[in-house]
Write a protein that binds this ligand. Sequence first.
Ligand code: ZN
Length: 168
Amino acid sequence: MESILLLSYDFRPLRIIGWEKAIYLVIQGKAEAIDYYEKIIRSVSTEIVLPKVIRLKQYFRCKKKVRLIYRKSAVFSRDQLVCQYCSKKMGRSEATIDHVVPRAQGGPSTYENTVTSCSSCNAKKRDRTPKQAGMKLLNTPKPPEKELLQFQPEVEKMYESFIAELSV
Ligand SMILES: [Zn+2]
């Protein structure tokens, strides 16, 4: 069955959802359909044109704490490929991940404990904390913006084709 692109109140792509969820949001008045598939969903009492893109009618703040999936790529984009020790700007292939509290000392692979590092800083730091190594972090590592993580390739693809349709 078709996937539906969910946009935020301010038209930013959020995620792909299933059609049941999309129709539920529209019927509940929480979202409005702004683009459609050429397909009709029939239930006992009603007929609905299957939406392709829906937009939330309100700005919802996510109260639920979202568990962020850890991805190295998200660390690199958070740090904009700048070494967090010597501020060297790198290409994607040069960048390495440094565990602030090293894995050897029980440091986890989390957004708060990993930073982008060039290979020479990474080699210099070894299995030590920045303090032990006499190195200073440029920024305190934080989790990246939630929106960035939800921006999956399939969302991007659907959003692009929606925008392309709009400009025809
Ligand atoms: Zn460096």
